[in-house]
Ligand binder design. Sequence first.
Ligand code: TXA
Ligand code: MG
Length: 309
Amino acid sequence: MRVDLDEAESLILAGELVAVPTETVYGLAADALNDDALDRLYRAKGRPSDHPVILHVADLAMARPYMSKVSLAIEALTEAFWPGPLTLLVERSAKVSDRITGGRLTVGVRSPKAPLAQELLRRLGRPFVAPSANRFGHVSPTTAAHVEEEFFGRVAVLDGGACSVGIESTIVAVRDDALEILRPGALGGDALGAVVNLPIRALGGDDLGVPGTLASHYAPRQKLTLVSGENLDAPDLKGVVVLSFGEKAWANEAQVIVLPTDPEGYARELYRAIRLAEAKEPREIWVETVPFGDRWDAVRDRLGRAATK
Ligand code: TXA
Ligand code: MG
């Protein structure tokens, strides 16, 4: 069911869920101050209740009551990058429900830039929480139609077209006098480092203290394998859908989906491409590996998690 801003506002205030377009991915929004709405959200996603969700705010002023203290570095980051694809992990205040943080002492806060999300937050005058609007473990949605696929049309959707960034926000925390990147995103270490005078630590591996960064996440239904370019043009690719990095000549029967060769373009189209591949019901999905280097960190992270272990 597609809804307009008025309906979205009423539904959220009534404790219902609404899928909302942000610049990163669609989020499934619920009133942050209503525990019944939060319970409904966890049930709809099939998400374990100890997985924290991100508080979405119009701006820093809306966020302050939920943060127990705001360091200069955090303030500088909000000034430079909010609204935008940056989630800040900060100490929470007593106003934040345990259902939002899974009982943690920190809360993730972000101000989305997409106009409909901003407008909805301003009308509500209070935050909503919004995990990506997919069922737990599956690929995040970047269009209204993707959300409808995920929830069989049973969720109200505010349609804002395709998301401009296409992958989830960068998550950072200031810890031990460093800025830690807990989930890489469109906003990279260089941009962040230009604003805060702290060393940047990009955390790798699966033990980040961010439960949503489970090794297996963002995953399609079929086996997904990362394959380097030179091994891609195998003789028998019947029944395989290949996500190719840029155009090339194909000598076999593979069904190919071509992705852009710049990291921003690639990120914008990645989840749509994975869903398209899934819908062809292939025997397997092969994804050509992307180049080394920081600019590809976020995309490489998502591909690593989407790959079958
Ligand atoms: O771009 C985004 O961030 C999107 C859009 C909808 O805003 N949202 C999103 O939410 O990606 P979700 O729930 O799919 O992922 C949030 C991640 C999870 O890995 C969660 O574990 C982590 O943020 N997280 C949130 N609050 C946290 C906290 N207090 N401590 C540790 N990790 C936290
Ligand atoms: Mg998610």
